[in-house]
Design a binder for this molecule. Structure first.
Ligand SMILES: Cc1cc2nc3c(=O)[nH]c(=O)nc-3n(C[C@H](O)[C@H](O)[C@H](O)COP(=O)(O)OP(=O)(O)OC[C@H]3O[C@@H](n4cnc5c(N)ncnc54)[C@H](O)[C@@H]3O)c2cc1C
Ligand code: FES
Length: 286
């Protein structure tokens, strides 16, 4: 039986720290919420003085804490970056708020079942969350994560939960935009990096590195900008590999009501917030 558990509640902000220029990690005390989070799922975050909530992926879960990793790109994330701080200068815009309202976990996460390597199940069930919380041990494939930009935010939780270590292919604009590399290394993952300006690792797109190194038995988990995802789909098709992509669309409600995040997948209309954000790549066209 599928038991969906979703919370809409105020949580205490434990910290909201700038991890490197323009990127923040928000940690909230979420008690009961944390055990229902699966990798790939997201929350809609209420931001002071901003009308619509903003979607952010679950970056990590530790006991009663849920973390989000985000880049400051516009008004919402700018104000979010000032929440949970005490400086008077930002108080009127959200600084000084020590609580934050979160709605979730939302969407369908990565659908992996132990021992099953071709993996599509109706999911987000309580039982699956429990399996995720224990970590996925029995996998017969080689996990390969492909991340671009802030796409790295959602895949760290996945890597941490997979007991089999894999390779992270991670591309960003520049060295200063590379996040979490140490975290991936600490949990035993190999890391291959590219930057568009050549300031770290290979100069160019990460998909160039990916296409050279894949082998049979690799399963791809990709999260990042649409051009990167299109290239990953093309590579997966050429090499007959399985995997998943995480899609991002502008979201107003996050729960399937407003149709704002509709995409065409294999000729059918799907809601990224409800049917995704994780989609299997078999037969997928973007
Ligand atoms: C499922 C999902 C998970 C996400 N997870 C993360 C994450 O973990 N870390 C992270 O840095 N970013 C993530 N994003 C992108 C993040 O939601 C946007 O960067 C953020 O909403 C921008 O808000 P803003 O007010 O600062 O920018 P503005 O551009 O001012 O936002 C205006 C509107 O556009 C929407 N919007 C803008 N960019 C995006 C986008 N790329 N995707 C969806 N809506 C957008 C906002 O919700 C808002 O309604 C995620 C997006 C989705 C859909
Ligand atoms: S965001 Fe409203 S339907 Fe997806």
């Amino acid at each position: 039986m599928c038991t969906l558990k979703r919370f809409d509640k105020s949580c205490k902000i434990i910290s909201n720290r700038e991890v490197c220029t323009g990127y923040f990690e928000l940690k909230v005390k979420a008690d009961d919420v944390s055990k229902y989070c699966s990798p790939g799922q997201f929350f809609m975050i209420s931001i002071a003085n901003v009308f619509l909530r903003r979607p952010l992926s679950v970056h990590d879960v530790k006991r009663d804490t849920v973390s989000f990793l985000y880049g400051v790109v516009g008004k919402g994330t700018k104000i979010l970056s000032e929440m949970g701080r005490t400086s008077k200068s930002v108080f009127s815009r959200g600084g000084g708020c020590n609580e934050i309202k979160i709605l979730g976990p939302l969407g369908r996460g990565y659908n992996l079942t132990p021992g099953v390597s071709s993996m599509f199940f109706p999911q987000a069930s309580l039982s699956l969350s429990k399996k995720w919380s224990a970590g996925i041990k029995d996998i017969s494939f080689n996990p390969v994560i492909v991340a671009g930009g802030t796409g790295i935010a959602s895949v760290y939780f996945l890597a941490a939960k997979l007991k089999k270590k894999g390779i992270l292919y991670y591309g960003s604009r520049s060295k200063k935009d590379l996040l979490c590399l140490d975290k991936f290394k600490r949990i035993g993952w190999k890391v291959v990096v590219s930057t568009e300006d050549g300031s770290e690792g290979y100069k160019g797109y990460i998909t160039d590195m990916l296409s050279k190194n894949l082998k049979d038995g690799d399963v791809l988990f990709a999260c990042g900008p649409t051009p990167m995802l299109k290239k990953v789909l093309q590579i997966a098709k050429e090499k007959s590999l399985k995997g998943f992509v995480s899609l991002e669309e502008k979201m107003a409600c996050g729960i399937g009501n407003c149709q704002g995040c509709a995409v065409k997948i294999n000729g059918k209309s799907k809601m990224v917030c409800k049917d995704g954000p994780i989609f299997g790549i078999e037969g997928l066209e973007l």
